[in-house]
Design a protein around this ligand. Structure first.
Ligand SMILES: NC(=O)c1ccc[n+]([C@@H]2O[C@H](COP(=O)([O-])OP(=O)(O)OC[C@H]3O[C@@H](n4cnc5c(N)ncnc54)[C@H](OP(=O)(O)O)[C@@H]3O)[C@@H](O)[C@H]2O)c1
Length: 172
């Protein structure tokens, strides 16, 4: 079982800076390439590097599963909706890194489907962790629930999905 959970939301929001202010400073027009590369290095290339490193072990396992911990913030469908109140924070750094992770999830699922290895992405919701300076509203146990569920899918379970514990399927 591989759970790609590691991620960073930024290289360090300055004390007192809100998520909205950070989003304003990381629009496509003004984002620092160093900031974007650093976050994608962990959230996208890091997940792919661990996938490649772990694949020989996963292939040797009887019922291997891969879970990529993504975020609803990366949903292109949700962020295309003008009525989505959170779309102002969709930008090239963290949100788009999760969009890219979703694309990798699908590519991994397609690659491993013939071998029966399931690859699914999950969203934990807004969880109280260091990632958001403990501003989240969900507990870590609640946030982990969907990752645990798809990690334990049986042989007839789906692959290439993007889901949340209570909301079900999240649009890509
Ligand atoms: N919290 C939320 O509201 C929320 C919402 C949606 C999605 N998510 C996703 O949930 C996952 C877990 O995040 P979290 O909220 O638990 O955040 P967190 O408390 O900040 O934990 C992130 C973890 O990733 C590790 N990590 C970061 N960069 C790494 C690297 N380059 N190499 C190895 N490990 C690295 C950190 O290790 P160290 O402690 O050693 O630095 C830490 O254990 C992430 O994928 C995040 O995007 C979280």
């Amino acid at each position: 079982m591989l759970i790609n959970n590691a991620a960073i939301s930024s290289t360090g929001i300055k004390p007192g800076m809100s998520v909205e202010e950070y989003a304003q400073q990381t629009r496509p027009s003004n984002v620092s390439f160093d900031e974007m590369r650093a976050v994608w290095e962990t959230n996208v290339f890091g997940a792919l590097a661990v996938y490649q490193a772990m694949l020989p072990l996963l292939r040797a396992a009887p019922a291997a599963r891969i879970v990529n911990v993504s975020s609803g913030a990366g949903s292109l469908t949700r962020n295309s909706d003008p009525t989505n109140p959170h779309r102002a924070i969709f930008g090239p750094v963290y949100p788009a890194s999760k969009t890219a992770l979703n694309a990798l999830t699908l590519a991994m699922a397609i690659e491993l489907e013939p071998e029966g290895i399931k690859v699914n992405a999950v969203s934990p919701s807004f969880t109280k962790t260091n990632l958001n300076n403990y501003a989240g509203t969900e507990t870590v146990e609640e946030g982990a629930r969907e990752a645990v569920r798809v990690a334990l899918l049986g042989p007839d379970g789906p692959t290439g999905t993007f889901t949340h514990a209570t909301m079900g399927v999240i649009p890509w």
